[in-house]
Design a binder for this molecule. Structure first.
Ligand SMILES: C[S@@+](CC[C@H](N)C(=O)[O-])C[C@H]1O[C@@H](n2cnc3c(N)ncnc32)[C@H](O)[C@@H]1O
Length: 205
């Protein structure tokens, strides 16, 4: 799928993502992860702002959000107003985004590595953009640790990608392990399909 079609695909799903935000879908895990978010935050592929209800406004100064879908950003802007989150919005492709090194105290990515062309390269960018003492917080879905489910995910991936614009056949922990990030802790749910990941940048100075 080319980028324009993928953007269109996600824009068509923006109302559904907004409904999911209102229903606090996966809220328990989002809360666990995002209580660690501090100061100057980058949120990659923000969608309709499903994480906004879970940021601690006492601890977070600003959230710089990125998404390539204008419709998702429109919903995210409404959510930022609703939840009183000081946020800025960049309409950009994460696969092409360039930001200054050491710009953020926290980098958040939830359910987004599944859609990038090169998720490993994006994680390595997180490593560059995060300050030495910062945190990288991920909640990602991917290939199950259950053999039969993983076979089904691999078989159905081409169809699901055409419908949703995201892949279900990526081994997320392998991608994180291969990246420059330093894994601090991870938790796995739903037959190993969902991963909560706490990581740090690997910086020597
Ligand atoms: C599955 S949704 C997740 C949204 C949100 N992070 C959440 O947790 O609900 C994936 C989001 O990533 C965005 N996205 C996918 N690929 C992208 C890319 N290459 N650059 C920027 N945004 C992208 C989509 O527009 C969509 O909003």
């Amino acid at each position: 799928m080319n980028k324009a079609d993928q953007i269109k695909k996600f824009s068509q799903q923006a109302a559904m993502y907004e409904r999911n935000r209102r229903a606090y879908t996966l809220g328990h895990w989002r809360r666990r992860l995002l209580r660690e978010a501090r100061r100057n935050v980058l949120e990659a592929a923000v969608g309709a702002g499903a994480n906004f209800p879970f940021y601690d406004r006492e601890l977070v100064d600003n959230v710089t959000t990125v998404d390539f879908s204008p419709e998702m950003l429109r919903k995210a802007k409404q959510a930022a107003r609703e939840f009183g989150i000081p946020a800025t919005f960049l309409e950009s492709d994460m696969d092409r985004l360039s930001l200054a090194p050491d710009s953020f105290d926290t980098i958040v990515s939830t359910l987004s590595l599944c859609s990038y062309e090169d998720p490993l390269a994006v994680l390595n960018q997180f490593n560059r953009w995060c300050r030495k003492d910062g945190n990288i917080l991920l909640m990602e879905h991917g290939l199950s640790s259950n053999f039969l489910l993983a076979c089904a995910q691999k078989a159905l991936d081409p169809l699901i990608y055409r419908i949703e614009g995201c892949h279900h056949n990526r081994d997320m922990m392998k991608i994180v392990d291969r990246s420059d990030l330093v894994l601090v802790k991870s938790e796995h749910y739903w037959a190993g399909c969902i991963h909560l990941i706490w990581a740090k940048p690997s910086k020597t100075q």
